[in-house]
Design a protein. Structure first.
Length: 600
C-alpha cells in the first residue's frame, strides 16, 4: 500500500535491533560485574545450579499435576459406575493409546481389589488384591498420591504410578490409578535445558531412580549412590554438594524435593562450570563496555519512535470505536503506515455500514407498521359479517323442528362460528396491543376465582372431548392487580390450547401457587407435547405447534402470542415447558402479587 512516497523502515528490523541492543548490554554488564565478583563466582554457579534444580522440580511437579488433574476429571465420568464399566473401560483403553505418558489405567476398590484393567479386555481382569501403598493411601486419605517405584503384581515388573480417589456421594468408593511411563518421564527430564555434560535424575521416596536424562532404562529402579543417599538424609528438602554418580563421575550436584515426595537432582562436572566461566569472561569482558554505552542510547531512541507510533494507532482505534472520523497520519515505519491506512479504510467502511443499517432499520419499521395496519384492517373486515351470521344461526335454532340432522348441523355451524369469532377477536387484540391501543382496567382480582370461572367457561369443550380436568388451589386466595376480562382471556386461551392439543380421555391440571413474590399459575396437560426447538418460539405470532401429520388443530398461532403480550402488559411473564413430543406440556404464568392476601 502506498505511503505517499516516504521512505519506511521495517518494524521487524527496529524490534530486532531494539531487542539486541537492549539484551546485549545487560549481558555484557552482568559479565563485567563477574570480574568484580570473581572470588564469589563458584558460589554463583552453585546458586545457579540450585535454581536449575528448583526449576526442574517445578516443571516436573506441573507434569505430575497434569496427570493428577486428568485422572480427577476421568474419575468424575458418569460411566465410572458398576453399570457403565464396559463403556468406561473402552474409553480408558483409547485414552491410554492416545496418552504416551500413561502405560495403563486400573480401577480398584478401597481394599485394593482390581475391578478394571485397561491393559486387558473387559472382564478379563482377575479379581486380585494388589497391596500397593499408593493405592491404599489414596483410598484412606481421599487425596491424590504419587507412588514410589514398586513391583507390579499385574505386569511382573517395576512400575510407578499416580492414584486418585473416586468419590460418590461424598465417600471414596474406588481408586483410579494410571501407571506412568518411565520412558516419557525420562524424555521429559532430558528435554529440559542444562549445562553441557549435566546429569539430571528423579528419585522417589525410597531413594530409587524414577527417571534420568542418560541411561534411563538401565538405572530405572536402581538405588542412588551412597554419598547422595547420605546427603539427602542430612538435607532432604534441598541442598548442593560434590558426589559421585552411578556412572562413576564426580559432579557438583544440587537437589530439590517435590511436594509429591520425589526429589530431582542435577549434577554438573566441576570442570564444566569453571571452563564456561573463564571462556565467558575472556570473550565478553572487552566487548561489554562498548556495547553497554552504544546499546543504551540506540534503545532509547528506537523505543521512543515505536512508542509514539503505537500511541497514534491507539488514538485512531479509539476514534474508530467511537464512530468518529479517523485522522490522516503517516509513519516512517512500514507496518504502522499500513495500519494507519487500514484504520482509515475501516472508518469509511464502518460509516457505509452504519448508513446501510439505518436504512434497513427504517425499512423494517415501515414494514412492521404496514403489517400491523394490515392485521387491524383484516380483523375489522372479518368481524363485520360475524354479527349477522350469529343472528341468522340464532333464528335457525329457534325455528328448528325435531329433525336431529338439522339440529346437529346448526349446532356445528354455531360452534365453528364461535371459534371464528374468537380467532378474529384474538387477532384484533394482538393488533391493538402491537399499536399500543389497548388499555388495562386494573382492579384487585382473586386469582383462584378467576381460574374457577375460566375452567367453567371451557369445561363444555373439555367434557365434549372426554377429557378430565383438576384444580389445585392454595388455602389462601391470592390477589393480583389485573384487568379481570384480560386475565380471563389469558386463562381461557391457555385452557383452550391445552384441550385442543390433548387427545380424548387426556388429563389437564390447573394449579395456583403463591411464591411470595409472584402468583404462579400452571396449566399442565398430557397432550402431544413440544419439541425443544419450539419452546422458545411457541409464543411468537402465527407460530403453530407441530402436531405431526394432523394439522386440524393447528389454528393461526395467535392465542399464545396474545397470552404472552397480555401477561407482559400486566408486568408478568410466561414460559412453556415440555419433556418432548408425546409427554405433554406445561404453560406457566407469573403475575406480580398484591401485598394484601384475602384469607379463604
Amino acid at each position: 500500500m502506498s505511503t505517499s512516497g516516504s521512505r519506511t523502515v521495517s518494524l521487524q528490523t527496529l524490534l530486532v535491533a531494539l531487542s539486541a541492543l537492549a539484551t546485549l548490554p545487560l549481558l555484557a554488564f552482568a559479565l563485567w560485574l563477574l570480574q568484580l565478583v570473581w572470588q564469589n563466582g563458584r558460589d554463583d554457579a552453585r546458586r545457579d545450579l540450585q535454581q536449575v534444580a528448583a526449576t526442574l522440580a517445578i516443571a516436573l511437579d506441573r507434569e505430575i499435576a497434569g496427570s493428577v488433574r486428568e485422572l480427577q476429571r476421568l474419575a468424575e465420568f458418569p460411566t465410572l459406575e458398576p453399570g457403565g464399566l464396559a463403556e468406561f473401560h473402552a474409553y480408558a483403553r483409547s485414552l491410554v493409546a492416545r496418552n504416551d505418558g500413561w502405560d495403563n489405567i486400573i480401577v480398584t476398590d478401597t481394599e485394593g481389589v482390581v475391578l478394571l484393567n485397561a491393559a486387558l479386555p473387559f472382564g478379563a481382569a482377575p479379581s486380585v488384591r494388589v497391596d500397593v501403598p499408593h493405592l491404599l493411601e489414596a483410598a484412606r486419605t481421599g487425596q491424590p498420591v504419587v507412588s514410589d517405584v514398586y513391583d507390579s503384581r499385574l505386569t511382573g515388573g517395576r512400575a510407578i504410578g499416580v492414584s486418585v480417589p473416586v468419590f460418590r456421594d461424598g465417600v471414596v468408593r474406588w481408586v483410579l490409578s494410571a501407571r506412568l511411563s518411565p520412558d516419557v518421564l525420562s524424555r521429559f527430564v532430558g528435554e529440559q535445558r542444562y549445562r553441557e555434560g549435566a546429569i539430571a535424575a528423579v528419585i522417589d521416596r525410597q531413594l530409587r531412580i524414577v527417571a534420568r536424562n542418560r541411561d534411563a532404562a538401565r538405572f530405572f529402579g536402581h538405588p542412588v549412590t551412597e554419598d547422595l543417599g547420605a546427603a539427602l538424609a542430612e538435607s532432604p528438602t534441598r541442598g548442593i554438594g560434590r558426589m559421585s554418580t552411578l556412572d562413576g563421575a564426580t559432579v557438583l550436584a544440587a537437589w530439590q524435593r517435590l511436594p509429591s515426595g520425589w526429589t530431582v537432582t542435577i549434577g554438573v562436572p566441576a570442570g564444566v562450570l569453571d571452563g564456561a566461566q573463564r571462556r565467558s569472561f575472556g570473550v565478553l569482558l572487552g566487548f561489554g563496555l562498548l556495547v553497554l554505552a552504544a546499546g543504551a542510547g540506540a534503545s532509547v531512541m528506537l523505543g521512543r519512535s515505536i512508542s509514539r507510533a503505537v500511541e497514534s494507532v491507539a488514538l485512531d482505534a479509539r476514534a474508530l470505536a467511537a464512530g468518529a472520523p479517523v485522522t490522516t497520519r503517516r509513519s516512517p515505519i512500514t507496518q504502522v503506515a499500513v495500519l494507519f491506512e487500514s484504520l482509515r479504510e475501516a472508518s469509511r467502511v464502518q460509516g457505509d455500514k452504519e448508513h446501510a443499517r439505518e436504512q434497513a432499520v427504517a425499512a423494517l419499521r415501515d414494514a412492521d407498521r404496514r403489517k400491523d395496519e394490515f392485521l387491524a384492517m383484516l380483523a375489522h373486515e372479518l368481524r363485520n359479517p360475524l354479527a349477522p351470521m350469529r343472528n341468522a344461526i340464532a333464528v335457525l335454532k329457534r325455528s328448528l323442528g325435531v329433525d336431529a340432522m338439522q339440529r346437529r348441523t346448526v349446532e356445528m355451524a354455531d360452534r365453528q362460528l364461535r371459534q371464528l369469532t374468537r380467532l378474529v377477536d384474538d387477532l384484533l387484540d394482538v393488533s391493538r396491543i402491537t399499536q399500543g391501543k389497548i388499555a388495562l382496567h386494573r382492579t384487585p382480582v382473586g386469582v383462584c376465582e378467576a381460574v374457577r370461572e375460566a375452567v367453567e367457561t371451557i369445561r363444555p369443550a373439555i367434557e365434549q372431548r372426554g377429557q378430565r380436568i383438576a384444580l389445585r388451589l392454595p388455602p389462601s386466595a391470592p390477589v393480583v392487580s389485573a384487568d379481570g376480562l384480560r386475565l380471563a382471556q389469558v386463562l381461557e386461551n391457555l385452557l383452550s390450547n391445552a384441550s385442543k392439543y390433548t387427545d380424548p380421555g387426556g388429563f389437564i391440571e390447573v394449579s395456583v401457587t403463591d411464591t411470595g413474590d409472584d402468583i404462579e399459575i400452571r396449566v399442565r396437560d398430557t397432550g402431544i407435547g413440544l419439541p425443544p426447538e419450539q419452546l422458545d418460539r411457541v409464543f411468537d405470532l402465527f407460530t403453530q405447534i407441530d402436531s405431526g401429520a394432523d394439522r386440524a388443530q393447528g389454528g393461526l398461532g395467535i392465542g399464545l402470542s396474545l397470552v404472552r403480550r397480555l401477561v407482559e402488559l400486566h408486568g408478568g411473564r410466561v414460559a412453556a415447558h415440555s419433556d418432548g413430543p408425546g409427554h405433554g406440556a406445561c404453560f406457566i404464568v407469573w403475575l406480580p402479587r398484591e401485598t394484601d392476601v384475602v384469607e379463604a
